[in-house]
Design a protein around this ligand. Structure first.
Ligand code: ADP
Length: 261
């Protein structure tokens, strides 16, 4: 039951009573729960056979079923890559279903974003270095605590930092900065990468949307990462915005309410 109430005042401001609106949301919640259970079940049923497929291909690649020619190896490795992509997509769909079912919004705790961001940057440093990029956390001011879901926010910054690395040519720089902006805590992940065409900026947060750009079209992905980011940020009553210039880089800013609401 969704209950909202508001005072009902007369022209002089005198309190005449209270308006209470009761809205039965049982059916909607039930539907959401069914959708999420269905996606969980399907994901689980799909992941098992896919892992077994990967293992069987690996057995052949390891030469345990006889000698493998270079051409056969190439085909099997390509097939493995595609199955890996599918497995990722299934995990991401499962994430989206869990977020939509309210699991993130309902499990919040008091969090220090400084620690979370320090750990995120340390975690992604090897991948950035391997890609020939610098990755740095800008000096942070004192940050207020927020109400957040640690796994959810880890996923937000993992996705943003992974994208910044993925969509930047070697020699670039990725930075993570945070500060207080009005009643919000704002975190910006900035890269000096390929950038995003202006006409795509509105669309990139939609599920499965990927930019078809000469530089980035060969880079693997599912188009679900930013949809997940947006759902988690929304579940925190926050917002996300992007600024980008083609050929110069992108900056994604996540704003989270300080008192958590
Ligand atoms: P994926 O990376 O799996 O394709 P995302 O939802 O994370 O999916 O991103 C959607 C699209 O937005 C990407 O395909 C890419 O074209 C674009 N994009 C996201 N982040 C960046 C970035 N930092 N720099 C350039 N393009 C980006």
């Amino acid at each position: 039951l969704d209950v909202r109430c508001a005072p009902f005042r007369g022209r002089t401001g005198a309190n005449l009573g209270t308006i209470v609106v009761l809205h039965d949301i049982t059916a909607g919640k039930k539907m959401e729960r069914m959708k999420s259970d269905f996606v969980s079940m399907v994901s689980h049923e799909i992941r098992g056979p896919m892992n077994s497929l990967l293992m069987q291909i690996q057995v052949i690649l390891d030469g345990l079923a006889g000698e493998v020619t270079a051409k056969q190896r190439e085909i099997l490795e390509r097939a493995s890559g595609k199955i890996h992509n599918l497995t990722n997509m299934v995990s991401e769909l499962l994430d989206l279903a869990r977020i939509e079912a309210g699991l993130i919004a309902n499990a919040k705790e008091e969090l220090d974003l400084r620690t979370l961001l320090e750990e995120q940057v340390a975690f992604h440093l090897p991948a950035a270095t391997a890609a020939g990029l610098e990755l740095a956390l800008e000096p942070l001011p004192t940050l207020p605590l927020i109400q957040g879901n640690p796994q959810g926010l880890d996923e937000v910054f993992t996705n943003l930092i992974t994208n910044a690395i993925k969509y930047s040519p070697a020699g670039g720089r990725v930075t993570v900065a945070a500060g207080v902006d009005g009643g919000c805590l704002a975190v910006t992940v900035r890269d000096s990468g390929y950038g995003i065409p202006e006409e795509d900026l509105e669309e990139i947060f939609a599920s499965f949307y990927r930019v078809k750009d000469a530089n980035t079209r060969t880079i693997h992905g599912t188009g679900l990462g930013l949809a997940i980011v947006k759902s988690i940020v929304t579940a925190h009553r926050g917002s996300i915005r992007v600024e980008s210039k083609l050929g110069q880089g992108s900056a994604f800013t996540v704003s989270l309410p300080v008192n958590g609401g």
